[in-house]
Every structure is written in C-alpha cells, then in structure tokens.
Design a protein around this ligand. Structure first.
Ligand SMILES: [Ca+2]
Length: 171
C-alpha cells in the first residue's frame, strides 16, 4: 500500500511538473503573460485588511467568444512576513479561493477559477495565518503589512476574453 501511495504521489508530481513545463512554454511564447492581467498592491498592518476588486468579463470580439470563467491566483511578494496571502472569488452562488503558502519564493498560489460567465466577480485579497498558529495568536500573526500580486484572467471558450477591473476596497 505504501509503495502504491508513493507511486501515486510521484505520478501526481510528474503531472504537475509537465503542467508547469507547458505553462512555462506558453509564458516564453508570450501567450499567458500578455493576456492575463495583474494588480500589485499592499495590505496594511490591520489583521483583517482586505482589498476587494470587481472584475467584469466581456466578449471583446477577438475570437474567444462570450466569457465563461475567471482564472486567478495570488503571489505573496517579498519581504517575507508571517501572514500568508489568500484570494477569494465569488460570482453569484459560485465561489473559489486559493492561498500562496510560501512567501517570497517567486511562485504564486495554485491557480483557481470560477465559472461565472461575464460576472461580476468579487475578488477579495486578504491575509491568513499558517495552520500551525494558535487561535489566541491569530491577530498578532496577521498584523504585518504584505505586498501581493494578483493575477486574473477572463476566458472564453477559445481563450482570452475582455476584462475590466474596478477597485471596491483598498486596505
Ligand atoms: Ca509564493
């Protein structure tokens, strides 16, 4: 059983390595980098500091068709402080979130998406604490200023769809 599990983990790792290689190739080709939008900003010291953006997707008539979903991820940028950075996206009854669990490693959180069509998508970026932090020390562990880069990407059936971002709250 143990060997089987290890093999499974290995295959999972291999698949994600392949996925990363494909993504890198696309980035080198200027595909994803040119079409995804980013927003770099700061969350203040308050433990509950939250930045909220509204993202609306639309058919920009560039061939991708009507928008079907929003892809998103967040990267916790240096300097490395105790809080983790999470992003939560809601569109109607649909919701998804992702967290960058390693600060300053130049890698974003796992990508996530919400299939909310044109939206609007309410995108909240906020601080979370590592799971090992005791509840009584939660506020203190989150009371650091953090810099992040949010990446978001409206997509239609055939690729990039038009994207509009509006800041709703900046803390
Ligand atoms: Ca990271």
């Amino acid at each position: 059983m143990h060997i089987k599990g290890t093999k499974h983990e290995f295959m999972k790792g291999l698949h994600s390595t392949i996925a990363r290689s494909v993504l890198s190739a696309l980035l080198v080709a200027g595909y994803s980098a040119a079409e995804a939008d980013t927003k770099t900003d700061v969350l203040g010291k308050a433990p509950g500091a939250t930045d909220i953006y509204q993202v609306d997707c639309y058919n920009d008539d560039a061939g991708a068709g009507a928008p079907v979903r929003l892809d998103f991820e967040v990267e916790d940028l240096t300097p490395a402080y105790p809080p983790l950075i999470s992003v939560d996206v809601v569109s109607g009854a649909l919701q998804a979130s992702t967290t960058d669990t390693r600060d300053g490693d130049r890698k974003p959180s796992p990508a996530a998406n919400v299939y909310g069509g044109a939206g609007p998508y309410m995108v909240s970026v906020y601080k979370t604490a590592k799971p090992t932090v005791q509840p009584s020390k939660l506020a203190k562990a989150k009371s650091y200023k953090e810099t992040y880069r949010l990446t978001y990407h409206c997509r239609g059936p055939s690729g990039h769809a038009g994207t509009i971002r509006t800041t709703r709250q900046n803390q």
